[in-house]
Design a protein around this ligand. Structure first.
Ligand code: ZN
Length: 128
């Protein structure tokens, strides 16, 4: 048996085997079967996947709205992008800018800074 454990389970390392014994003790004590654990893993993976899909959809929707709101570059007509400037007014942000518009086209250098935070800009753009 010792040899079998060494050949079949050595890949998990000594720590892995110790974890296995600890897990097994807990499962036994709590009356949880390995099938219960399999079902839980399947459920958790599905839930994670659904959350991921929901998150991606939310981001895609927000990006689409932002692109629509920001409009196009006056130089090359590529949709503009907006980012929030997090550094407070000071040495790194002399004018106290809060947001930065920049062209989505890497070849184009158009950019515009604003002292209004992205949230306010979005509100204004929604109104126009
Ligand atoms: Zn441009």
């Amino acid at each position: 048996m010792r040899e079998k454990i060494e050949t079949k389970l050595s890949v998990f390392g000594f720590g892995g085997l110790q974890n296995l014994v600890t897990l097994f003790n807990i499962l036994e004590r709590e009356n949880i079967s390995i099938n219960d654990v399999r079902q839980f893993i399947a459920f958790a993976l599905k839930r994670r996947e659904e959350n991921e899909i929901g998150f991606q959809k939310m981001i895609a929707k927000r990006d689409k709205e932002m692109r629509k709101l920001a409009g196009n570059c006056p130089k090359c007509k590529t949709p503009l992008r907006i980012r929030t400037i997090h550094s407070p007014k000071g040495k790194a942000n002399v004018y106290g800018y809060r947001s930065h518009y920049f062209c989505g086209n890497e070849e184009c250098d158009y950019e515009k800074y604003s002292k209004e935070p992205v949230k306010i800009l979005v509100k204004k753009m929604v109104r126009r």
